[in-house]
Design a protein around this ligand. Structure first.
Ligand code: SF4
Length: 419
């Protein structure tokens, strides 16, 4: 859901573009793009194109072989250690798959953070939507990973089997149709995500106003990625030398998004695509740079995104939301890290409409998600990992979400470790 993969635009009709995946055409909203041409590669999130990339930009990116990069890293790290923060689960997966992670020098250390939106959201939030879904007047709409989220009371999936009206959508825009087709019901959209989700929820609210839809509200757990990343680096128990960022944030925020890591936090930073070669090339450049004793720099040479972000996305977020302090599942209160709906849009705020009280439960009992998120434990170190807790029976969000660290570890690294 959160990893935009460049996909070729094969047709455009008005504000809808079409992409071709496996000989099937899929419609994509072009709302956030100033211009797009057939043949462009577009980054798609939740049914919306969030950035267009010209074909030659991708073609220009060439990489040397993995083995060559690996031995250069080894030469550079002959004397000192180097600690890397990986910020994207896809980077982690690609380094762990094919065992690449295990052939790297032991002086190269990895941390993983700040975590995916589903994992960062406290269990108390999921308990609240669990209670909300049991109101007879409500249709609860959400995404597929939320439906199976364990709470002390059970999952939304079990409630649905018991006859409650709970629906899964692929884009927040689909929620409008559910509301229009069910005018006698209150449709509540449980929206969990980062900034781009906030933008799409903002567009959805504006469209609901245009269509005069009055039976729709949003119960948000929307996170400001920049703040969470900054806090993770500052609060880490380990010194982080370099940060590998993904192109995930850049379609809307632009390549400048990560400059705070270099300018304010004085760490190396590279923004890469998702392949193992791209990630290792970025790491090698960061290590070389530190060894040369230069000032930290942002290395964006592997990034296909433009420097400037998508202004429409940023202004949609600012029009509809304001930042607020909150406590995420790791327990720390983080200032301005959450998007809340502005007072002007109160009628779309489910928290106010249903007078929902905050639920302080952070994690499921027995889950070590906090330690895993903070880098104090690896998923392997949790006594439940791959025993009581596995993707078929997740005990926490980290094992449920396809972007969760425990899930990623289970699928990409666990098999290797067992072998
Ligand atoms: S393995 Fe399961 S119980 Fe352990 S930290 Fe991960 S999600 Fe929680």
């Amino acid at each position: 859901m959160y990893h935009p993969i460049p996909t070729r635009l094969v047709d455009i009709q008005g504000n809808i573009g079409y992409i071709d995946i496996g000989n099937n055409r899929y419609p994509v909203h072009l709302h956030f793009l100033d211009s797009a041409e057939v043949g462009d590669y577009i980054l798609v999130q939740m049914g919306f194109a969030v950035q267009a990339i010209r074909q030659q930009d991708i073609a220009e990116k060439t990489h040397s072989s993995l083995i060559e990069i690996r031995s250069k890293i080894e030469q550079q790290l002959a004397e000192d250690d180097f600690t890397i923060l990986l910020t994207s689960s896809t980077h982690i997966q690609n380094l762990h798959l094919n065992s690449i992670r295990y052939i790297l020098p032991s002086s190269l250390h990895f941390l993983y953070g700040p975590g995916c939106p589903t994992c960062l959201t406290p269990v108390g939030y999921y308990q609240n939507i669990f209670h909300l879904a049991q109101k007879q007047s409500v249709i609860l709409v959400t995404f597929s990973d939320v439906i199976n989220m364990p709470t002390p009371g059970g999952t939304l999936h079990l409630l649905r089997q018991a006859g409650y009206d709970i629906r899964v959508v692929h884009s927040p825009y689909d929620v409008l149709r559910v509301a229009e087709w069910n005018p006698k019901k209150e449709v509540v959209f449980a929206a969990v995500g980062y900034d781009i989700m906030a933008a799409i929820v903002g567009v959805t609210i504006n469209e609901a106003i245009n269509r005069d839809i009055r039976n729709l509200s949003i119960f948000p757990s929307l996170q400001k990625r920049e703040i969470l990343l900054r806090e993770f680096i500052l609060r880490s128990n380990y010194h982080i030398d370099g940060v590998v960022c993904s192109t995930y944030d850049l379609p809307f925020a632009g390549a400048d998004f990560y400059h705070f890591i270099v300018k304010e936090l004085k760490r190396e930073c590279c923004c890469t695509g998702f392949s193992a070669e791209e990630v290792l090339s970025g790491i090698l450049d960061m290590i070389r740079h530190v060894r040369a004793n230069d000032r930290p720099k942002h290395n964006g040479s592997y990034c296909t995104c433009p420097e400037i972000g998508n202004i429409q996305i940023i202004s949609t977020i600012n029009d509809v939301f304001i930042p607020a302090d909150t406590r995420w599942s790791s327990g720390e209160l983080i200032k301005n890290s959450k998007y809340v709906i502005r007072d002007e849009f109160n009628r779309f705020d489910a928290e106010k409409k249903f007078a929902i009280l905050p639920d302080e439960l952070l994690l499921m009992p027995g889950c070590s998600g906090r330690e895993v998120q903070l880098g104090l434990k690896l998923p392997f170190d949790c006594s439940n990992f791959a025993t009581q807790c596995h993707p078929g029976n997740p005990m926490g969000a980290g094992m449920l979400s396809s972007e969760g660290l425990c899930y990623t570890w289970y699928h990409s690294s666990y098999k290797f470790k067992v072998q």
